[in-house]
Design a protein around this ligand. Structure first.
Ligand code: UDP
Length: 411
């Protein structure tokens, strides 16, 4: 730590998922947004942040400026192409060694390692030993919970073991919700005091209220009831539930559903959703838009009447925050931080049971205007505390806790 300014030099790890990768693709979603925004804001607050990720493509420049002085640094490990997450495990020692070489060659020093996701936690564990610095971890999602839900691919034992070890070995764990904290304790036996809870943030400069008609005009959308889904196309996201809800609304509100997310790797999953759409005779009511650039999403949120989060599992749920920042209400399953993000009946609804009937019921209440949903500026105001400046400040306080502990222990 710079003793004069009291500012931290942070090495962030995002080994498998590139923070500037295509959002909405199979392995790139909320965590990438989180790392990018947090790194930028921490730098804005005077800290130094280098984010390390694997070279996925020979065309990747070694260093990318993330803004405010935050740097994304590409490190070689394995072939310079997309490698499945599990196969990547065997290249983690290469990543750690190449990263250490890069650090030495460039005379870099860090006060702590901040690892994101289990693969990074493995690398962080070695850096923590080599550098004698604290190691802070954030899982974003956990293998044991995913397996407990039992929807989608089974997570390997390797992941569970690595996460359990990271819980034991790291100096501090950041959870984005109280629920996640409880899960880390229940599944991996963490000491409660070791876990700090800090929610995720939203870029309220990007996600702003716009004129709905103008947004629709720009997107070539008609003046009709519009529902929006945004996210990776993953069975855990529960898009099938939403399609069933839309089918139930066909004879009443008859909304149009816009589905954003999914890339070529998701062909099978998207094909399956399109088949269901056809089976339910909804083809002309559902539009699959594929991945949309993050900076274009405000237009879509603003064009919608309701954003729906029908997930079986979210570690946090950034999409809900983004929609609310645009003044658009959210109907969501009771996952992630929805209970805190959404004000029940005022800025949307959180369903106690994630089912198509419940989703259809609450969507219909909002579309018909019969509930007590507030006006767009009130909805936007309700999530003001999630501004990245507040969230990065809270994260920095968590990081200081271990940097002080570590310094006291060494002294
Ligand atoms: N996203 C995007 N374009 C897409 C799909 C998703 O920019 O085509 C972004 C979305 O705006 C959000 C993130 O990806 O910021 C998804 O985060 P969330 O926490 O909702 O889900 P996760 O990916 O963490 O499961």
């Amino acid at each position: 730590m710079n003793s004069e300014t009291n500012k931290l030099r942070i090495a962030m790890l995002s080994v498998h998922s590139c923070p500037v990768g295509n959002l909405g693709a199979k392995d790139t979603g909320g965590m990438s947004v989180y790392i990018r925004e947090l790194a930028r804001e921490l730098c804005h607050q005077g800290h130094t942040v280098d984010v390390f990720t694997r070279v996925h493509d020979p065309a990747d420049p070694q260093i990318i400026d993330l803004g405010e002085g935050a740097r994304l640094i590409h490190i070689k490990a394995g072939q310079e192409m997309d490698i499945h997450k599990l196969a990547l495990y065997s290249y983690l020692p290469d990543f750690a060694c190449n990263m250490e070489r890069y650090r030495k060659d460039n005379d870099l020093e860090y006060d702590l390692v901040f690892s994101h996701y289990w693969l990074s936690c493995w690398v962080g564990k070695y850096l923590q030993i080599w550098w004698h610095v604290p190691h802070v971890t954030m899982f974003h999602t956990m293998g044991a919970i995913k397996n407990g839900i039992g929807i989608g691919e089974e997570e390997p034992e390797l992941r569970i073991v690595t996460e359990r070890e990271a819980v034991q070995d790291s100096h501090r764990i950041i959870a984005s919700t109280e629920r996640e904290k409880e899960d880390i304790i229940r599944y991996y036996g963490a000491i409660p005091d070791k876990i700090g809870v800090v929610p995720c943030g939203v870029n309220r400069e990007l996600f702003q209220i716009m004129d709905k008609q103008e947004a629709r005009l720009k997107l070539d959308l008609d003046d009709e009831k519009i529902l929006l889904f945004v996210g990776r196309i993953d069975p855990l996201k529960g898009v099938e539930q939403l399609l069933k809800a839309v089918s139930r609304l066909k004879d009443t509100a008859n909304p149009r559903l816009i589905i954003i997310g999914g890339d070529d790797d998701d062909n099978d999953a998207i094909k399956r959703l399109k088949e269901i759409t056809e089976e339910m005779d909804l083809i002309d009511r559902v539009a699959f838009k594929g991945m949309i650039k993050h900076k274009e999403l405000p237009l879509y949120y603003n064009a919608a009447d309701v954003t729906v989060v029908p997930s079986y599992y979210e570690s946090f749920g950034l999409v809900a925050l983004e929609s609310l920042a645009c003044g658009i209400p959210v109907v969501a399953a009771d996952v992630g931080d929805m209970r805190n993000i959404i004000r029940q009946g005022e800025t949307g609804y959180v369903l106690p049971h994630n089912n198509p009937e419940g989703l259809a019921d609450k969507i219909s209440t909002i579309l018909s205007g019969t509930g007590n949903i507030k006006a767009a500026p009130v909805i936007r105001e309700s999530i003001k505390r999630y501004d990245w400046s507040n969230i990065a400040g809270a994260i920095a306080r968590e990081l200081y806790k271990v940097s002080r502990q570590q310094m006291t222990a060494v002294a």
